[in-house]
Design a protein. Structure first.
Length: 256
């Protein structure tokens, strides 16, 4: 469903993403972890077509993001860290607008918007101005715009950042419901977060990024069977990567 092969992104001497490869199968929910600056958001922007890579290739639902970008974008629903909403629009009019942008056929548009409103718990506020909603409801609007065209893939960047505990619980439950099987199929979800309990509650697999590289990729169940907590595994993995980088620097200095 998602195939990333040798993705790299460089800004001059800065390497934001360094030769990252992974695949995500249909119906799989993957937690995308890493400290700030690890390359998570850059990788997500590449996969969603918002940012071109320097090297590598990627495909969404069988569509190459470079040779067939429109089809690849139609196959993915993307929620960036800051939801792309227009505060002066009503919830309903905004979702109608997004449905048009995402090429939902005119005859199916109303049903698509109603379905997104219902699934995201927005029916009662459909005529409210987005700017007057709480942050939790604005996150729901962000999720609704990501699914209004019923994509098989969802990529969510920090979907619960800045929310209170009740809102976090509601959004987690909503993501879990959206990821579950519907009509015999399940959405593929890549979820970026700093909240490790969120990964444990929702995800089946963990990918840890560090310094632009993929540092770990394993099923969550396998990690839990090791007896270590996800927090311990995260700390150990990122520390190991830092240590390896320091050791390589020392070796290079000695060689020179």
């Amino acid at each position: 469903m998602i195939e990333a092969n040798g993705l790299s992104k460089r800004y001059g001497a800065l390497v934001a993403v360094d030769d990252v490869s992974f695949s995500v199968q249909p119906g799989e929910v993957v937690g995308f972890l890493g400290p700030n600056g690890a390359g998570k958001t850059t990788t997500m922007r590449i996969l969603t077509g918002f940012l071109p890579p320097t090297d590598g290739s990627a495909a969404i639902d069988g569509h190459d993001i470079f040779s067939d970008p429109l089809a690849a974008r139609r196959a993915v629903g993307y929620l960036p860290e800051s939801p792309p909403v227009y505060p002066e629009m009503s919830v309903e009019s905004y979702l109608v607008y997004v449905a048009k942008l995402k090429d939902v056929p005119r005859g199916q548009r109303r049903a698509a918007v109603d379905r997104a409103l219902e699934r995201c718990g927005l029916t009662q506020v459909r005529r409210r101005v987005i700017g007057a909603l709480s942050k939790g409801y604005r996150q729901r609007v962000g999720l609704a715009q990501a699914i209004v065209h019923d994509p098989p893939v969802m990529i969510l960047d920090e979907p619960t950042v800045g929310l209170d505990p009740i809102q976090i619980r509601e959004i987690r439950a909503l993501i879990a419901e959206l990821a579950s099987a519907r009509e015999g199929k399940a959405r593929t979800v890549v979820l970026s977060t700093h909240i490790l309990t969120e990964v444990e509650a929702i995800c089946q697999r963990v990918i840890i990024m560090h310094r632009g590289r993929k540092a770990l990729d394993a099923p969550l169940a396998d990690l839990q069977r090791s007896g270590a907590s996800l927090e311990e595994i995260f700390a150990r993995t990122t520390a190991r990567e830092v240590g390896a980088g320091l050791e390589a620097g020392v070796d290079a200095g000695a060689a020179s």
